[in-house]
Ligand binder design. Structure first.
Ligand code: ZN
Length: 338
């Protein structure tokens, strides 16, 4: 079995000096660009292919490590319990078992551990993940007229560690992308005609059954009634620290006279702990996702009520949003199902 790391020279020489391409921020204004993290952003496509290569190499490296480990299995580790009997002087750490049964126990334990080590190696070697790696190596050998590829016999990197590093970079890239996108959305909203009232008006015009919006003269609040769910809320703007920024929105119970019910409190908690607090359309969609409260099933357990007879009061943004339409879509959960 040739365990040499034949893959390492293929396309990976430049892992450390991948081109830095600021494609995402290129179209943004200078202000946003200045606010963005000074860390360079990797080209997503390039990063993806590098990650593919690095994971493959990390797997090969792991297999090689296992092979070295397996070489000590026979005869050393498998027959270790016999060592003090065969050569009492040489074996220092272990003592002679005090009964044949004990010796048998030790030997079978060593055998079982050895067998599971071998089968772990085999399943990794033959695993679905390794198939493309072996295919690639076969192709290279074929192209090389059947000659095994020669390597220096040394790994140039710890590919497991490198993979972790790339994963971190990828996460940072996604976060930055998100930040830039949100910044842009905010500034678009800031300059939108009609301000927040236009957003509320156009939402009200959708006439979602069971959802009624009433605006007042107030410059900073409106009410929303969920008739079918028997709940009504007051939505009010929290003044932004800077005049030029768009406000964030908070929700409270409309009934001031009596304290909100347990269900209503849970709904309010969920609404007020949402992300994108400045995004009014997001909030309106989130509130209206409660309009059919009594018929809504939890996405996790599929029931309307949980064991303690609670309705699904939690809303989370659906993992895959519908491609057409800007409205966010939410999934319902019981607090006990998260
Ligand atoms: Zn549930």
């Amino acid at each position: 079995m040739d365990s040499s790391p034949t893959m390492k020279r293929n396309g990976l020489g430049n892992v450390k000096d991948i081109h830095v391409k600021d494609s995402i921020t290129a179209n943004m204004s200078n202000t946003i660009r200045e606010e963005a993290s000074p860390e360079p952003v990797l080209d997503p496509e390039l990063l993806e292919s590098e990650m593919e290569l690095v994971t493959s190499l990390a797997k090969l490296q792991k297999l090689e490590e296992m092979i070295h480990q397996l070489r000590t299995l026979l005869p050393e580790r498998l027959l270790e319990p016999l060592a003090p009997i065969v050569n009492p002087k040489a074996s220092t750490g272990t003592t002679v078992p005090n009964s044949p049964q004990k010796l048998f126990q030790q030997l079978s334990q060593a055998a079982r551990a050895g067998v599971s080590e071998v089968s772990e190696f085999q399943s990794l070697w033959r695993g679905k993940d390794m198939k493309p790696v072996w295919d690639r190596i076969d192709t290279l050998i074929f192209e090389n007229a059947g000659q095994l590829l020669q390597s220096s016999g040394m790994w140039e990197e710890d590919y497991g560690a490198l993979f972790e590093e790339l994963t971190k970079q990828d996460a940072a890239r996604k976060e930055q992308e998100q930040k830039v996108k949100e910044e842009l959305e905010r500034s678009q909203l800031q300059s939108a005609e009609g301000g927040w009232k236009a957003i509320v008006d156009s939402f009200a015009q959708k006439n979602i059954p069971g959802v009624r919006i009433s605006t007042t003269k107030s410059e900073s609040s409106f009410a929303i009634l969920l008739a079918k769910a028997g709940m009504s809320f007051k939505v009010h703007a929290i003044k932004a620290a800077q005049e030029s920024e768009i406000p964030e929105w908070q929700v409270s119970s409309k009934q001031i006279a009596e304290p909100p019910s347990k269900l209503e409190s849970a709904v309010l908690d969920c609404l007020n702990s949402r992300s994108r607090k400045w995004d009014l359309l997001y909030l309106l969609e989130m509130i209206s996702s409660y309009s059919n409260m009594l018929q809504t099933t939890c996405i996790k357990c599929g029931s309307i009520t949980d064991k303690a007879a609670n309705l699904p009061a939690i809303r989370r943004l659906k993992a895959t949003q519908p491609p057409n339409g800007p409205e966010p879509v939410f999934d319902a959960y019981h607090a006990t199902c998260i």
